[in-house]
Design a protein around this ligand. Structure first.
Ligand SMILES: [Zn+2]
Length: 422
C-alpha cells in the first residue's frame, strides 16, 4: 500500500491544478451557470484515462433551460473480472459568492498551502481528490475486479433534482448498478458522515381584513394573528423541540436536538416604493419555517405539532384564519455503522491518520437522500477534505495537505472494496 500512498503524493501538483481549473469555472447555482464546461473538463480528462464517459442532461427538471442546461457526467471503467462497482459522486454547483472576499473567488489563488475560491471546499477540492485517487489506483492496479465510477452532478445546492435524483430515477445512480458510494463532501478528513437529518419547509399564512390604520378596530390584523402563532411557537414548540435528542451522532452538538428556523416573515404592505406608507391594517401575513427533524421522529408528527398549534389558535382566538402549505421535505437517512463502505473507509482512515474516524451525521441534507430513497442503496457515505464550517462562507478554501490525505483514504478504501480486506 506504500506505493499507492506515494503515488498519490506524487500527484499533489496535478490535484492542485485540477482543483484550480474547476474553481475557475463559475458554476454558480442558482441559476446553474457553466455546468457544461465543468462536466466536459472532467469527462475529457477521464476519457483520456480509459473511462467510458456519458453526459446526461436532466431535461425538464427545475431550472433546466437551453441557457442553463442541467448537465451531469458519469464516467465508468470496467475491471478485468466481475466484482462490485465503487462510485464517487461530487456536485459541481457552488452557491453565490456573497460579500467579504479578500481574493477573486474564481481565480483559484494559492496562499499558505490553501486553494481559495468559491466551491474550493464545497466541493471541487473533494471531487478533484477523488478523481486523482482513482487515477493513482488504476495506474498501480490495472487488473482490478468490478468497476470504478466517478460522477460529477448538478444542482446539489438546490435539492439535487437536476443531478443525483434524476440519475437515480434513471437507474444510473441506483442499486443494483452501483454497490458502494462515497460522496467527497467537506466533512473533514478524519470524519465519516453516515447521513443527515430530515427537513420540512412550510409556509404559514394568516389572514385579516384591511381597514384604515387610524381605526384598526374596524379591520383585523393578520400580523397580530401571526404574532400569536410565533408566540405559541416560543411558548410551546421551541421548548418541546429542545427536549428531543437523537441517537444519531449529529455534529455540531446543538443539531442533536430538533431545530426550527423561521426563515422569513412578511406582512402588510410591501416595501418596494419610495415615500411614506399608507395607513392600512394588514390583511395577510406569511412566514416560512425550516424544521429539521431527527430519525426518531415521524414526519407526520412533525407536521402535526405545527398544525395542532394553528388549530388551537383557530378554536381559541377570535377571527383566526390560516393556511399551512408544504414547500419541501426530506426524510432523514443514516447508513448503518456496519455497512461495507463505512468499515472500508474507517479502516483506510485508521491506516492513513493512525486513528479511527469520528462517525458523524450532518445537520443539513445532501445528495445521499436520493441514493437511499430513489436509488435504493443504503451503502453510501460522505467522506472528503475540507472544513464543513467554511462551506458557503467568504474566503472559502481547501487545504492542499488535507486533499492529499483524503485522496489516500479514498484510494485505500476503494482498493479494499474492490479487492476485499487484506
Ligand atoms: Zn456540498
Amino acid at each position: 500500500m506504500t506505493t499507492l500512498l506515494e503515488r498519490i503524493e506524487s500527484k499533489r501538483d496535478d490535484m492542485v491544478d485540477l482543483t484550480q481549473a474547476l474553481v475557475r469555472i463559475p458554476s454558480v447555482n442558482p441559476p446553474g451557470d457553466a455546468y457544461t464546461p465543468c462536466v466536459e473538463l472532467i469527462g475529457n480528462r477521464l476519457k483520456r484515462r480509459g473511462f467510458d464517459v456519458m453526459y446526461y442532461r436532466a431535461e425538464g427538471t427545475p431550472g433546466d433551460t437551453d441557457e442553463y442546461p442541467r448537465m451531469n457526467v458519469v464516467a465508468r471503467i470496467e475491471g478485468r473480472r466481475p466484482g462490485p462497482c465503487v462510485h464517487f459522486n461530487g456536485h459541481i454547483d457552488v452557491v453565490e459568492v456573497g460579500a467579504g472576499w479578500s481574493t477573486d473567488p474564481f481565480a483559484g489563488v494559492i496562499r499558505d498551502n490553501r486553494i481559495y475560491g468559491r466551491g474550493a471546499c464545497d466541493m471541487k477540492g473533494g471531487l478533484a481528490a477523488s478523481i486523482v485517487a482513482m487515477e493513482a489506483l488504476l495506474e498501480l492496479h490495472p487488473n482490478f475486479p468490478g468497476a470504478i465510477e466517478i460522477s460529477a452532478t448538478a444542482d446539489e445546492e438546490t435539492g439535487g433534482y437536476g443531478g443525483v435524483a434524476w440519475l437515480a430515477e434513471a437507474g444510473i445512480m441506483a442499486s443494483p448498478r452501483i454497490d458502494h458510494v462515497i460522496i467527497p463532501e467537506p466533512l473533514n478528513k478524519d470524519r465519516v458522515c453516515l447521513g443527515h437529518r430530515g427537513v420540512w419547509w412550510a409556509e404559514i399564512e394568516t389572514f385579516g381584513r384591511i381597514a384604515h390604520g387610524s381605526m384598526p378596530f374596524l379591520g383585523d390584523s393578520a400580523i397580530r394573528h401571526m404574532f400569536a402563532v410565533l408566540d405559541a411557537f416560543e411558548q410551546r414548540l421551541y421548548p418541546a423541540l429542545g427536549t428531543k435528542r437523537t441517537n444519531m451522532p449529529v455534529v455540531p452538538d446543538g443539531a442533536r436536538s430538533s431545530t426550527m428556523n423561521i426563515n422569513s416573515v412578511h406582512g402588510g404592505q410591501g416595501e418596494h416604493f419610495s415615500g411614506l406608507p399608507a395607513a392600512a391594517v394588514a390583511d395577510s401575513c406569511r412566514t416560512v419555517i425550516d424544521r429539521r427533524f431527527l430519525i426518531e421522529e415521524d414526519i407526520t408528527d412533525v407536521k402535526a405539532e405545527v398544525r395542532d398549534i394553528l388549530e388551537h389558535l383557530r378554536s381559541h382566538r377570535d377571527h383566526f384564519r390560516y393556511e399551512l402549505r408544504d414547500l419541501f421535505e426530506v426524510i432523514p437517512t443514516m447508513t448503518e455503522r456496519e455497512a461495507p463502505v463505512v468499515t472500508a473507509v474507517s479502516r483506510a482512515v485508521q491506516k492513513v491518520l493512525g486513528k479511527p474516524p469520528q462517525l458523524v451525521v450532518s445537520p443539513g441534507t445532501y445528495d445521499q437522500k436520493h441514493i437511499d430513497r430513489i436509488g435504493r442503496l443504503n451503502n453510501c457515505i460522505a467522506y472528503g477534505p475540507g472544513i464543513l464550517d467554511l462551506a458557503h462562507q467568504p474566503d472559502e478554501y481547501i487545504d492542499i495537505d488535507d486533499m492529499v490525505i483524503s485522496a489516500r483514504v479514498m484510494a485505500l478504501a476503494a482498493y479494499e472494496l474492490l479487492f476485499g480486506a487484506a
